[in-house]
Design a binder for this molecule. Structure first.
Ligand SMILES: Nc1ncnc2c1ncn2[C@@H]1O[C@H](COP(=O)(O)OP(=O)(O)O)[C@@H](O)[C@H]1O
Ligand SMILES: [Mg+2]
Length: 361
């Protein structure tokens, strides 16, 4: 090789090395870029998987449990790993299943993961408790609507003869002043009729929409009327009714409905007090609101019952319907008012229901 040729070959080598170096930097840049892209996609997928509401757990024979998203971790935290994996094992293979843990309902779908040399499953668990409750409520509402239609139909047929029975029994009671034994029997008829009447009114009110037509009344007139109507129960239990109402206090309400509320609250108070109990009614006007309170010295309300008091069908009585207060609440809400309750608990003591309504129209 001549000197010239040697120089040329060296130059070519240098150029080759330079080109290789350039290529290497390019590769490195490309690698960094793809690594960044991979990281981005990974983070994105990770965030998607972790933000999915359903719990995702994936296992394969080779890796064991290799993925559990945030929801899965929360689920396992709540119910323990053992319980969750026992459920998954129980269902075992591919498919869609429903299961229940404690009071919660779940939907489980199991799909296989297959590759040339590995095998496993992806489990997706969704909490469907809310949906179940909604379904339950929907079917209850449908039943209630049906019940409403039925009640509306029979109420009409029942109320008229009931009114006549009450009227005739009252006339009979007047004629039997001199025969207390028979008068007592007739009084039982009147009481029974009134109970049926109140049951019908409550059921009817519960099932239909409340529309109020308001007028102005004297509060104590309304209360007097209710107390008169409930006289039989009040006398029966030797309850002392103390009226501390201010005769000037006016109420702007739908009188039939407001009477129903007062009746439901007072009859509950009658049920709560034992022999020689007292029920005290009082009123106050403050900040454009009328506060009508009914206090009894009866059994009191347990802490457990307090939050459920105004929900339908909540009763502690053998023959209760649990509708009285839920209807009272519905009616008072329709008057833009509120019902407040305070009780000294279930060890006896006073229970106070306060019905609040706007004092002006
Ligand atoms: N004054 C009260 N003292 C004690 N408990 C009461 C009183 N008022 C209501 N309750 C409780 O609230 C429950 C629901 O009342 P209500 O809705 O009228 O239904 P019901 O009278 O048919 O049970 C009652 O069963 C009772 O446990
Ligand atoms: Mg009641």
């Amino acid at each position: 090789m001549t000197e010239k040729e040697l120089l040329k070959s060296l130059e070519e080598k240098d150029e080759l090395i330079k080109a290789l170096k350039e290529q290497d930097t390019k590769f490195q840049e490309l690698y960094a870029l793809s690594n960044k892209k991979y990281q981005e996609v990974y983070e994105l997928l990770d965030s998607v998987i972790n933000n999915i509401e359903g719990a995702i757990i994936a296992t394969t024979i080779k890796q064991g449990v290799f993925l559990r998203n945030k929801a899965a971790k929360e689920l396992i935290n709540k119910y323990s790993e053992e319980r969750i994996f026992n459920v998954l094992r129980e269902f075992g293979s591919e498919g869609i299943y429903d299961f229940k843990i404690d009071e919660a309902y779940f939907h489980l779908s199991i799909s296989p993961i297959k590759s040339a040399d590995n095998f496993g499953y992806v489990y997706i668990i969704e909490n469907i408790t809310k949906m179940k409750i909604l379904e339950h409520e929907k079917s209850r509402n449908e039943k209630l609507q049906l019940m409403g239609e039925m009640v509306a139909n029979i109420t009409h047929e029942v109320r008229n003869p009931l009114g006549s029975i009450e009227l005739f029994a009252s006339l009979l009671a007047r004629d039997l002043e001199s025969d207390p034994e028979k008068k007592r029997l007739v009084s039982s008829i009147i009481k029974g009729v009134r109970n049926i009447n109140s049951l019908i009114s409550n059921t009817l009110l519960f099932t239909k929409e409340v529309t109020v037509s308001k007028n102005e009344y004297i509060l104590s007139d309304i209360v007097d009327e209710v107390v008169l109507y409930l006289q039989h129960i009040i006398k029966d239990r030797s309850v002392r009714f103390i009226n501390k109402l201010n005769d000037d206090h006016k109420i702007y309400c739908d009188s039939d409905m407001y009477k129903q509320v007062v009746m439901n609250v007072i009859s509950n108070a009658c049920d709560a007090v034992s022999e020689n109990g007292t029920i005290t009614a009082s009123s106050e006007v403050k900040d454009s609101k009328l506060y009508f309170s009914i206090v009894d010295n009866g059994s009191g309300i347990s802490e457990d019952m307090l939050p459920r008091l105004f929900m339908p069908f909540q009763t502690t009585k053998a023959k209760g319907t649990g509708l009285g207060l839920s209807i009272a609440y519905k009616i008072i809400k329709a008057h833009d008012g509120d019902i407040l309750v305070s009780s000294k608990g279930s060890f006896g003591g006073s229970t106070k229901f306060t019905i609040v309504t706007p004092s002006k129209s």
